[in-house]
Design a protein around this ligand. Structure first.
Ligand SMILES: [Zn+2]
Length: 530
């Protein structure tokens, strides 16, 4: 028998939480054709996986590379971790539907961040552009409620009309018919923050009818546990599976330290017990990331970015928000917000410092500094910082309904455009799960792999990925658990992890001996439950 690629001598972990077993794997074209004994088969390409784990390629169910993939289809920082599929369009932000203010904002921000020209408006157009350029990993998308709301209602209006609701429902139907996996919300961000629960329920019902999932970045962390209860309520009322995004950073901030089991998981278990199909993803860090606008009050963000910047510059408006902002930031403190990717002339030199440190150096109050920096950086001020306790992350990670998602973006060596430090999850999420959580005994090998592969595939209804069985697509990651090392750092762009020498995407070697081959065998995946 002739086989294109044979993987021999490895310990196969199938992605379904079964114990590892010895088997050879045979690949023909883009699929796995045999799992068993291939000692009689011929192949020009034989990978010796002696001492290594042969796993399904990792599926990152919570990823933000939708635009980054257009800028650089190699997705290096993700594929080097073993990721073969990324689900994007998260936290309310998707690269479609682009019309009205959503189109205007996309042209502006994709242009300034990635120097990209926007020549599409819907999922089909975005997909066509991706495939013309080529991608090294598979990708699937949610339609983002924030983008949708901006496309239909513009930046200026916050109150929903029934015509708005109908227009949004129609666009969700179009996106779902084009292959979306569901709808995502960003209820802590503009403009998702203005949506009432009823609005999300009505929209989620449309996604549900098309076999979609509701992925939610819930309301601001100081609104916990109501933010979690709302996510559960939406799942219950709309009859849709809920995927709570980055449940660690969404539920484990002070004052909820130490309450992952006693509060968060109690609510989750109770919801599941009464029939709500609720799952979540988590990134394996106690460091979160976001944008400083997360701490600007809702009223001050009305009308969008330009209006917000005007208010930040207006002394009276600034005084009105001072107490509210200090209160929101209080639970983590200004000294826990480390700023990166600063590009303005005034603040560029402070990249990698905290708001508190920069305020001290400038001799101003940290709240005023935050306002000034938002103005200078035109609203784009990414931060990262400690938010929680490791025990909480571990408790959530172990739970049967929680899987791994990076919340990261694919990057090239040197990090994002502009360079400098970035959140280590962009390079290290999956390596860290292997090194620290499986290696440290928090998860067994089969559990850890399941949470990075088969569980995400199950959640999305992908029947032929995330598992090693004959007939599945040959998305495969080969790693040596004793050698996997994340290159963790907060002071510069992290390097690619060690110990993951082979990654195959649709049967094509994309990482070989630890090097990216340049292959672009990725596909745009469509919802199979539609
Ligand atoms: Zn989010």
């Amino acid at each position: 028998m002739y086989i294109d690629i044979i993987i021999k001598n490895g310990r196969v972990v199938d992605g379904n939480d079964n114990p590892w077993f010895h088997a050879d794997i045979g690949i023909k074209e883009e699929k796995i054709v045999k799992v068993g004994d291939l000692s009689d088969a011929n192949s020009e390409t034989v990978i010796d996986a002696e001492g290594m784990v042969v796993s399904p390629g990792f599926i990152d169910i919570h990823n933000h590379s939708d635009v980054a993939l257009l800028a650089d289809g190699r997705a290096e920082s993700m594929v080097h971790q073993g990721v073969t599929t990324m689900i994007t369009g998260n936290c309310g932000n998707s690269p479609f539907p682009l019309m009205g203010d959503a189109l205007e904002d996309a042209i502006r921000s994709y242009g300034s961040q990635y120097d990209l020209e926007v020549d599409w408006t819907d999922m089909e157009g975005y997909e066509g552009r991706l495939l013309r350029q080529g991608i090294s990993v598979n990708t699937g998308l949610y339609i983002g409620h924030g983008t949708l709301r901006k496309a239909v209602m513009g930046r200026d209006r916050t109150e929903l009309t029934s015509a708005d609701l109908e227009a949004m429902k129609e666009l969700i139907g179009v996106a779902m018919a084009q292959g979306c996996f569901g709808i995502s919300t960003g209820l802590g961000y503009f403009p998702g923050m203005y949506a009432q629960t009823d609005e999300i329920v009505e929209l989620a019902k449309v996604a549900s009818r098309h076999g979609g999932v509701y992925s939610t970045h819930c309301r601001a962390t100081h609104m916990f546990p109501h933010s979690l209860m709302e996510a559960i309520e939406i799942g219950e009322r709309a009859g849709i599976p809920v995927q709570m995004a980055h449940i660690g950073s969404s539920t484990c901030q002070r004052p909820n330290w130490g309450r992952a089991r006693s509060v968060t998981l109690k609510l989750v278990d109770a919801a599941r017990a009464r029939g709500v199909d609720f799952t979540a993803d988590i990134y394996p860090y106690t460091i979160s990331g976001g944008g400083l606008t997360m701490y600007v009050p809702e009223w001050a963000q009305e009308g969008g970015m330009d209006r917000m910047l005007e208010r930040l510059a207006d002394p009276d408006a600034r005084e009105m928000m001072r107490a509210e902002v200090d209160d929101m930031v209080h639970h983590r403190g200004w000294s826990q917000l480390l700023l990166h990717k600063l590009s303005s002339e005034k603040y560029r030199g402070y990249t990698g410092k905290t708001v508190q440190e920069i305020a001290d150096a400038e001799g101003v109050d940290p709240f005023d500094l935050a306002c000034d920096i938002l103005i200078q950086e035109e609203g784009r001020v990414p931060f990262m910082g400690m938010f929680g306790m490791e025990e909480d992350i571990q408790a959530l990670m172990r739970h049967e309904a929680v899987m791994v998602g990076s919340d990261g973006t694919a990057m090239s060596p040197g990090g994002s455009p502009g360079g400098g430090p970035v959140h280590p999850r962009n390079y290290g999420t999956f390596a860290r799960v292997i090194e620290t959580y499986i290696g440290g005994g928090v998860l067994s090998l089969s559990q850890g792999v399941h949470k990075m592969t088969g569980m995400a595939a199950w959640r999305l209804g992908l029947r032929d990925r995330g598992v090693i069985v004959p007939g599945a697509y040959a998305d495969i990651t080969i790693f040596d658990p004793s050698l996997v090392r994340e290159k963790f750092t907060l002071t510069e762009a992290p390097g690619f992890p060690d110990g993951i020498p082979y990654v195959l995407v649709n049967g094509v070697l994309t990482i070989e001996n630890g090097e990216h081959t340049g292959a672009k065998a990725g596909k745009v995946l469509h919802n199979q439950r539609g």
